[in-house]
Design a protein around this ligand. Structure first.
Ligand SMILES: Cc1cc2nc3c(=O)[nH]c(=O)nc-3n(C[C@H](O)[C@H](O)[C@H](O)COP(=O)(O)O)c2cc1C
Length: 344
């Protein structure tokens, strides 16, 4: 299939997943415990063309528990949104796909990538890659169950010596899966070593459906270089965007042939962290938001002067009001310091 061409004013082409056009071709990686609807809605405007839910267990969906249903809730999130499912049984995955479609998923994504033991011990996630026939049966069943595009995200294989990604991708294409994401590590690697982008290029050459490259993208210029070098249709970014969604606006600027704006200075970054904090408390209530936001504050504080001491103080705060007070004080101090420097 010929590679779609960029239109005027754009450095790259949009990603097409069946009838859905994704612009810019930047995807927020599904991250369990992280990419809830609040984070997706807050981060999307920075330049994600597509966001993906946390993975959801197809078994758990059969019971419809409140916490599970919250994970697939698309309320208030700009479209399109993809909902990711994991499981090991084709029939249950098909039922789950119907449920998430009814609950508003624009795309259903199948997880063949998770290396966590709690998932792989039930033969779900990346463990599926040890049984290609089952992968194929799951994909076929899910494609038949829904009237929207189905995509799949995988790793290279279970181990270094069992890299089945090309074979699984060919079967995916044959049964009607409409796009593939490759996180270019094996399951056994977890997050060690680095993602092997030469494998992503190999996958792109092997199939006609769109390929989304994923793994270790931390810099907008490097990301564009990897997109061009591998020939992929889109980039998926995860960890590096946490606390730094400006990375995505910088990448979007490059895709739109614009010079990326500098990453905002510390007070503005913290102001956004405060906005994230307040939104989480509003939408999830203080008891659930406070512990979740501790890790996010850690991400927002990464790499700025005095972050260590502030992080320690933030870890000791117990209520949202205390945390927000401390953040507001820090912003005021940083601004005062900047204005003193400007006068001097
Ligand atoms: C905390 C965390 C949770 C994750 N949860 C999922 C998940 O639910 N589904 C999935 O396909 N991948 C999951 N991943 C993997 C990411 O989607 C992505 O493939 C991986 O982090 C590599 O991309 P990155 O280097 O841009 O972070 C998770 C990663 C992290 C760090």
């Amino acid at each position: 299939m010929p590679h779609p061409q960029p239109v005027a004013g754009r450095a790259v082409a949009p990603l097409s997943i069946g009838p859905i056009e994704v612009w810019p071709p930047i995807v927020l990686a599904p991250m369990s415990g992280v990419t809830n609807r609040t984070l997706r809605a807050l981060y999307k405007p920075f330049g994600f063309g597509l966001t993906v839910t946390e993975f959801v267990s197809s078994n758990a969906l059969q019971y419809g528990a409140k916490r599970t249903m919250e994970m697939i809730d698309q309320h208030g999130v700009e479209r399109p949104v993809s909902t990711q499912l994991w499981g090991n049984d084709p029939a249950i995955m098909a039922l789950a796909a119907k449920v998430v479609r009814e609950c508003g998923a624009d795309i259903v994504d199948i997880n063949f990538g998770c290396p966590a033991p709690k998932v792989t011990k039930t033969e779900g996630g990346s463990a599926c890659l040890r049984d290609i026939a089952r992968c194929e049966a799951i994909m076929k069943a899910v494609v038949a169950a829904v009237d929207c595009p189905v995509t799949m995200k995988m790793r290279l294989g279970w181990t270094e010596s069992e890299q089945v990604f090309v074979e699984v991708a060919k079967r995916a294409q044959a049964v009607g899966v409409q796009a593939l994401t490759l996180h270019a590590r094996t399951a056994k690697q977890f997050y060690k070593g680095s993602a092997d982008w030469s494998k992503i290029a190999e996958l792109k050459r092997a199939v006609d459906i769109p390929v989304i490259g994923n793994g270790d993208l931390t810099d907008p210029y490097d990301a564009i270089h990897r997109l061009r070098e591998s020939g992929v249709d889109a980039l998926m970014l995860g960890r590096a965007t946490l606390g730094n969604p400006w990375l995505v606006s910088r990448l979007r600027a490059l895709m739109e042939n614009r010079e990326p704006a500098a990453t905002p200075a510390a007070p503005d970054r913290l102001r956004f962290a405060v906005h994230h904090y307040r939104t989480m408390v509003e939408e999830w209530g203080e008891p659930r938001a406070v512990p979740q936001m501790r890790k996010h504050l850690g991400y927002y504080l990464k790499g700025f002067a005095g972050a260590g001491a502030l992080r320690e103080r933030l870890m000791r705060t117990e209520t949202a009001a205390q945390t927000l007070d401390l953040l507001e004080q820090t912003i005021a101090q940083l601004e005062l310091h900047a204005s003193e420097l400007a006068v001097a």
